[in-house]
Design a protein around this ligand. Structure first.
Ligand code: ADA
Length: 574
């Protein structure tokens, strides 16, 4: 299950999840020995979706590995194979034939194969989570380089004419929406075909037509309509519409929400209303599951985060499961989405391989998530050398790409070079990662830093842009409490950093919102980050099993009393 609703009611869908044969290939022999033609006899099995690094004996294995399963077709059929996420680099072989490859661990890729014979089929996947100076993320990154097929593998059977794509965009004026639907129909038949196409919103038809397709062709159908009185998706109060395209023999649904996004007076505005954002950074990671985070626990993460008083979450630092985004859509939570370009130094930012990989990741991310109303920010990177020409160039390329694909949202990035950043003018919103009280100085220094930053932003022509504190905090080892002394790694000191930092940000009218670093403790990369006690980044306000630390309760009180104050102010104005 990768979505919180049915994408297909008519099209037949199977999940190839479960036990697959598995072999790690540390010497990379597989390709040479053509393993894909006959997978080596192995007793080793692995669960898909999953990460191999949560299994005993494979704790830190990084490198190539092979997966094998079989599936049965009871008659000759057209099939669509979707890999929802395979970490790193993936190559796919079906019945000994190489179907293709994909780079980028967190976005889906697929193969449509016409007329596959009845009988048993063998599917082999080689995946490689080796990290280098050309991978995204890089070889050095402050989370763990898990490996594996982390999200479901889906097998669909397709009719001769199938719905390849359904795209819905809109322009909103008050509660009137100018809706543009585009449906791509694709024919796998040799003969011409005619199909009835019906478009529905929440099962109510709003457009019907018959489409004629020559054999083997593709048809793009565009429909524009004005919808009056649409229900608006609001923060904390979600309204969703399920849009379905159906031909009777095939169907495809997705969910949208109507809302407008903008900025005004240094604030983020949703439907024209300024919203102060209170949030956390969340990794989609769990000690037993790695990045193959189970849907049931996603709901629990959101419950805990909502209980904290949040109306926003930053998806640090990579595209998260579509199921997670569906839940955010349903709860009316604002989401910051980003690709795993983390901590890139200047020398790699000019590498065309790196630039191209990041470019494709952004394209795939936007294509996948375009419909989610929760997505408000597209972030193009985190803590790269934005104080250099190389950093500026790549940011410009990526910002232009985002704007060429989607003008309805805000483009941003998170910088750790607040006073020397060259890219601020390129962005709609500025994200700042600053660690007073932890890496630098005392937490009280935020009070002097903030005006300095605003002066710098104004001097580079970016003084009117909303500023979000995208990271701040410190580590607290779960259970290590003292007597409120300023002792690093204690829960007390961690709580103190957050209390003071949040008070400083709230007092600054130019700060539009805050994202605590971070929601839960995560496994880090210990050889490269030697100060990460237990092998974890311990800056979570809950531990890796989601047990609250003192900071959680302090932040909850502050976030919730801010909501209560805003509620009272709102009531008085009415
Ligand atoms: C950075 C980075 C985070 C994390 C954090 C920390 O700002 O963006 O991923 O590594 O620092 O804990 O130091």
């Amino acid at each position: 299950m990768i979505r919180a609703f049915d994408e297909h009611r008519i099209r037949s869908v199977r999940w190839l999840d479960g036990q697959w044969a598995f072999a790690a290939d540390p010497d990379d022999q597989g390709i040479r020995q053509e393993w894909y033609k006959r997978f080596p006899a192995t007793e080793d099995k692995i669960y898909v979706p999953g990460c191999w690094n949560n299994d005993i004996g494979r704790y830190d294995y990084e490198g190539p590995a092979w997966y094998r399963t079989t599936f049965y077709l009871n008659e000759q059929q057209h099939i669509r194979l979707i890999f929802h996420a395979v970490l790193g680099y993936a190559e796919v072989y079906l019945d000994g034939e190489r179907l293709g490859d994909h780079y980028g661990g967190f976005t889906p890729f697929e193969y449509v194969l016409a007329d596959r014979e009845a009988g048993l089929h063998e599917l082999i996947v080689r995946c490689d989570n080796t990290h280098t100076r050309q991978t995204i993320p890089l070889d050095r990154v402050d989370w763990f380089h898990y490996g594996g097929i982390i999200r479901p593998v889906e097998l669909q059977t397709l009719p001769d004419v199938y719905i390849e794509r359904l795209t819905v965009t809109y322009r909103l004026q008050g509660r009137q929406a100018e809706v543009q639907c585009s449906v791509r129909l694709s024919s796998l038949a040799k003969e011409p075909r005619e199909v009835p196409l019906c478009l529905m919103a929440d099962d109510r038809p709003f457009h019907n037509e018959t489409v004629a397709l020559p054999g083997g062709s593709v048809a793009e159908i565009n429909i524009n309509q004005l919808w009056d009185g649409v229900r608006l998706w609001q923060v904390g109060q979600a309204e969703l519409y399920t849009i379905t395209a159906s031909t009777g023999e095939d169907d495809r649904s997705d969910r949208i929400g109507f809302r407008s996004i903008g900025t005004e007076g240094g604030r983020i505005c949703i439907n024209g209303q300024p919203v102060y954002l209170q949030g956390v950074n969340r990794h989609e990671e769990h000690p037993e599951w790695g990045f193959a985070f189970p849907p049931k626990l996603m709901k629990k993460d959101i419950d805990i985060i909502e209980h904290l008083g949040c109306n926003t979450i930053r998806g640090s630092h990579y595209p998260m499961s579509p199921y997670w985004l569906d839940l955010l859509d349903e709860r009316g939570i604002v989401y910051w989405s980003e690709i795993p370009m983390w901590g890139f130094p200047k020398d790699v930012l000019a590498d065309p391989v790196v630039i191209g990989r990041g470019y494709r990741m952004i394209e795939e991310l936007i294509d996948r998530d375009l419909h989610h109303p929760c997505v408000v920010f597209w972030s193009v990177h985190n803590e790269i050398d934005t104080n250099t020409r190389e950093g500026y160039e790549i940011t410009k390329t990526y910002v232009d790409l985002v704007r060429s694909k989607d003008t309805s949202r805000l483009v941003t990035c998170a910088t750790h070079r607040p006073l020397t950043d060259l890219t601020l003018g390129l962005l709609d919103v500025i994200g700042l990662n600053v660690y007073y009280g932890w890496y630098n100085g005392k937490v009280e220094e935020f009070d002097a830093f903030l005006p300095k930053f605003h002066a710098y932003a104004a001097s580079v022509g970016a003084g009117d842009k909303p500023v979000l504190m995208t990271e701040f905090g410190g580590a607290g080892i779960f259970g290590d409490v003292g007597w409120e002394e300023d002792r690093m790694f204690s829960e007390d000191y961690q709580a103190k950093i957050h209390a003071k930092a949040l008070a400083s940000f709230r007092a600054d009218p130019k700060i539009a919102g805050t994202y605590i670093w971070q929601f839960a403790d995560i496994r880090s990369d210990t050889p490269r980050f030697r100060d990460r006690a237990r092998g974890f980044n311990n800056k979570g306000i809950v531990n890796e099993y989601r047990k609250p630390k003192q900071a959680y309760r302090v932040i909850r009180d502050m976030y919730r009393s801010a909501i209560a104050r805003e509620g009272e102010d709102g009531a008085q104005q009415e």
